[in-house]
Write a protein that binds this ligand. Structure first.
Ligand SMILES: Cc1cc2nc3c(=O)[nH]c(=O)nc-3n(C[C@H](O)[C@H](O)[C@H](O)COP(=O)(O)OP(=O)(O)OC[C@H]3O[C@@H](n4cnc5c(N)ncnc54)[C@H](O)[C@@H]3O)c2cc1C
Ligand code: SF4
Length: 324
């Protein structure tokens, strides 16, 4: 592990100024420190976000605002989140372990890196870690990896459960640049497809800090659900997950958002399923017909074709649960 300095900034200005000069932000450290220990990442200057005033969870009639340093466990247990945005709480409780959720933060969770084993082992080539070195996963161990949004250069799946829940809620991300300017982007625009630059994973600009995630209130959000399918019941990443938010008053689907995890190179919205449901009567048949469309355009690798079937079943089950 390369040695590094750790700076404790006395405010947002000092933090983003240091970020603009090449320092790396560290929040809970549950992902970054493991990557540093394994020499997958070699930061020499870390900027501790712990002292910053970014921990608030603010609820109004219209929205939920999660400070970037709010802990996963606090957000999962917040009574308003459980009642009005259950998909967030469920996705977080299905993530990692209680100990990691006590340390891990909302900002850090969204920026965690892929669990592709070749990426995390410097003994192998990997285009994401060393651009141009190759992608052994294409012909190697790829059972856990993506079937949607892949490229010939990378098929790594995105690992965050929370991000999948947040894109069905149409959340946005507040950012602060080193010069003090701020901007807000839809969460759906934060993560990039791998294309021919899989090492460029987000649309963040150099030194940009996530300060908060904002989630609008909606009737669909109140009737939302997260289903995660994995190899063991806890402490495991998704093989496939499905997030659903639905408003189906008087038996007709007015508002529907569906997304999937474990299958995409980024959190993956499923417009083909949404279009098959929007404006239609809520019946067992419409749910089944819509779920059968999930994952159009998938390009499985050698070991993960089973995810196409699993995705359709997970989406159907999540739709049934959210509307039960
Ligand atoms: C054994 C294990 C199992 C896990 N299982 C799951 C799982 O099932 N589902 C799941 O979703 N996750 C899982 N995780 C991942 C875990 O949720 C993340 O490690 C955690 O959320 C990262 O948050 P952190 O605050 O510790 O981030 P850090 O490790 O501190 O940072 C992660 C990255 O985000 C950057 N960063 C952090 N905060 C900010 C910010 N505010 N602005 C800009 N950049 C920032 C850092 O520079 C770094 O690049 C697991 C992790 C482990 C170790
Ligand atoms: S799938 Fe992506 S992360 Fe995994 S080895 Fe290939 S390039 Fe690296």
């Amino acid at each position: 592990m390369q040695s590094f300095t750790l700076a404790a900034p006395n405010g947002l200005d000092a933090a983003t100024d240091a970020g603009g000069r090449g320092g790396r932000y560290i929040a809970g450290g549950t992902d970054l420190l493991q990557l540093a220990k394994d020499n997958v990442e070699t930061p020499d200057r870390l900027i501790d976000l712990e002292p910053l005033p970014l921990t608030d969870i603010t609820v109004t009639d219209d929205s939920l605002r999660l400070g970037a340093m709010a802990r996963m466990s606090e957000v999962a247990a917040h009574p308003a989140v459980v009642a009005r945005w259950p998909v967030i709480s469920q996705a977080l409780l299905a993530s990692a372990s209680p100990q990691i959720r006590n340390m891990g933060t909302i900002g850090g969770n969204l920026l965690q890196r892929t669990r592709c084993g070749y990426f995390r082992d410097t003994g192998f080539a990997c285009n994401k870690r060393v651009p141009g070195s190759g992608c052994p996963a294409r012909e190697g161990e790829n059972r856990m990896l993506a079937i949607l949004g892949t490229s010939e250069h990378c098929i790594a799946s995105h690992a965050s459960d929370l991000a999948v829940a947040l894109i069905v809620l149409e959340a946005s991300v507040d950012l602060r640049a080193p010069d003090g300017t701020t901007r807000t982007i839809p969460l759906a625009e934060l993560h990039k497809l791998p294309g021919d630059t899989p090492h460029v994973e987000t649309t963040l600009r150099p030194g940009e800090l996530i300060t908060a995630v904002a989630v609008p209130a909606s009737r669909a959000g109140m009737r939302s659900h997260y289903l995660k399918v994995r190899d063991r019941a806890s402490f495991e990443f998704a093989l496939v997950s499905a997030a659903v938010a639905i408003d189906a008053g008087a038996g007709t689907v007015h508002d529907i958002r569906v997304a999937a995890g474990g299958v995409g190179t980024k959190p993956w919205r499923l417009p083909e399923v949404e279009e098959a449901l929007r404006g239609h009567p809520l019946t067992p048949k419409t749910l089944a017909d819509a779920a059968a469309l999930a994952g159009q355009g998938a390009t499985p690798a050698t070991q993960n074709g089973f995810k196409q079937v699993l995705l359709r079943r997970a989406v159907l089950r999540a739709l049934q649960t959210a509307t039960a």
